[in-house]
Design a protein around this ligand. Structure first.
Ligand code: 4AD
Ligand code: MG
Length: 462
């Protein structure tokens, strides 16, 4: 018999028919005559009740139906008598695929802390919380592709192994096949990367932007969506060493178009997740964050406030609030500053633009004032920076002089400049940190809880 998913069975009305369902036991209660099993197969946050008339089975067949066990049930679909459920199954045959010894099954009891569950990341998708989070993560990923496809963008695949440091921040993971303790050396005593696999020094990418720009200069509107890697030693609730980034890049867009795109895009994907992930979001709202749904709707229903970095600094200076990190023109904003602007001052998502060039990347378009660049950060409640982007410097000479000013190596960047020689065009783009979006939509507070297997300093076991 064909197996049906619980998400479909819960709304089925073919009462009296035989069905087959497979899943993991969440709980078992009952007495000597009858057992009620809450079964979950991951297709929905909701469980299906399986009713077992114990007189019809021998003890051997049913004793291992305990929390965590995986079973296959064939039985009759009936309208449920119990509250809060519409259908249930009256079991006729039960097969146990996998037992879960109650003495050692780590999820035997409910209510484990998120910290504990992080230590058993190989099992935590089985919990209601992580089932909900990972289904929402899926809906968001799908919505992102859906949005860009509808807007006529092309999904452009950029390399994961690269020779350049896109952000010029220098926190990269090296990729090599050289033996660390027997690496060949050049005459001046440095590692001889010409003998390495690629014949040069390579890293895991920190961003697909530079290659994405080349795509936009041919296909017009592209986006990337892939893993990115940063070896910053930041042990915060908002940083991962491996995270996913979405980077649209659009020929002929300026900074204002870029802001419009960012706002429209975020609103689309959030509203998609609210609709498709309704039950999961309702669960998280109830269990973790009673303001979650209100906050999501608030973002959907309000225009993001747009102001310059300089105006933002003035507001922070006048706030009279004591920040851990000092505020002055030229300072890189910390999450406490970003959240003050969003949560206390404007009470609305904020887009800050025109940052001092010293605190932003080399590729941002330089403003006339010689001090600021046409960068933009989108700041969200509870998150701080969710998007970073800019209009790009399209002028060959200006870009070259900025690269020289920063003492960056042309060896790794010459190809990026070439495009400014041949049919250069104004263009703009941004990067959305996927896990920060998932954090926002799920209401989780630690980024380690929105990716199945988080990679953070000293943590890559599973
Ligand atoms: O602001 P960032 O560094 O911008 C770029 O990488 C540009 N190349 C994007 C572009 O213009 N195409 O990173 C973009 C976003 C941040 O706003 C943040 O949401 C996320 O990526 N991000 C991280 N997320 C998790 N862990 C980290 N370590 C992150 N670093 C950045
Ligand atoms: Mg940034």
């Amino acid at each position: 018999m064909k197996r049906l998913k619980i998400v479909d069975l819960l709304s089925a009305t073919a009462f009296g028919e035989s069905v087959c369902v497979k899943g993991w036991v969440r709980t078992r209660r009952g007495n000597k005559q009858i057992a009620f099993v809450a079964l979950n197969d991951g297709s929905t946050i909701h469980n299906l009740q399986v009713v077992i008339d114990l007189a019809q089975f021998n003890e051997e067949q049913v004793k291992d139906i305990t929390t965590g066990a995986c079973i296959c049930v064939t039985g009759l679909l009936v309208a449920s008598q119990g509250q809060g459920q519409t259908t249930e199954i009256q079991a006729k045959e039960i097969e146990i695929y996998g037992k879960a010894d109650p003495a050692v099954y780590p999820l035997q009891k409910k209510g484990h802390s998120l910290e504990f569950l992080r230590e058993i990341a190989y099992l935590r998708p089985r919990t209601n919380t992580f089932g909900a989070v990972f289904r929402i993560r899926h809906h968001l990923a799908y919505a992102i592709h859906d949005y860009f496809d509808k807007q006529g963008f092309f999904y452009f695949h950029t390399p994961i192994i690269t020779g350049s440091d896109a952000e010029g921040a220098g926190s990269m993971f090296q990729v090599t096949t050289l033996e660390m303790n027997q690496a060949p050396v050049t005459l001046d005593g440095k590692v001889d990367y010409s003998q390495d696999f690629f014949g040069q020094h390579t890293n895991l990418t920190v961003s697909g932007q530079l290659e994405g720009e080349l795509g936009a200069m041919a296909l017009g509107s592209i986006y990337t969506f892939g893993p990115t890697f940063r070896a910053e030693n930041s042990n915060t609730p908002r940083h991962l060493a491996e995270f996913w980034m979405i980077e649209p890049e659009v020929a002929f867009n300026d900074i204002n178009d870029n802001m419009d795109l960012a706002e429209d895009f975020l609103k689309y994907v959030i509203s998609y997740a609210l609709e498709k992930g309704k039950d999961d979001i309702a669960f998280l709202n109830k269990m973790y964050d009673e303001e979650l749904i209100d906050r999501l709707n608030f973002v959907l229903n309000n225009r993001f406030v747009r102001l310059t970095y300089t105006e933002g600094i003035e507001i922070l200076e006048k706030s009279g609030k004591k920040f851990e990190y000092p505020v002055y023109w030229g300072a890189d904003l910390q999450s406490e500053h970003e959240r003050y602007l969003v949560e206390d001052h404007f009470k609305c998502p904020v887009i800050l633009t025109d940052y001092p060039k010293e605190i932003k990347s080399f590729y941002m378009k330089q403003n006339e004032d010689g001090k600021t660049v046409r960068g933009m950060d989108v700041l969200f409640p509870k998150i701080g920076e969710i998007i970073g982007g800019s209009e790009r410097e399209a002028d060959y000479d200006k870009l070259l002089s900025r690269i020289r000013e920063l003492n960056m190596s042309m060896d790794a960047l010459w190809w990026y400049l070439e495009i400014r020689k041949f049919g250069t065009a104004p263009h703009a783009g941004f990067g959305l940190g996927f896990e920060r979006l998932v954090l926002f939509v799920t209401g989780m507070t630690n980024i380690r809880d929105v990716v199945p297997f988080p990679r953070t300093p000293k943590n890559a076991e599973f």
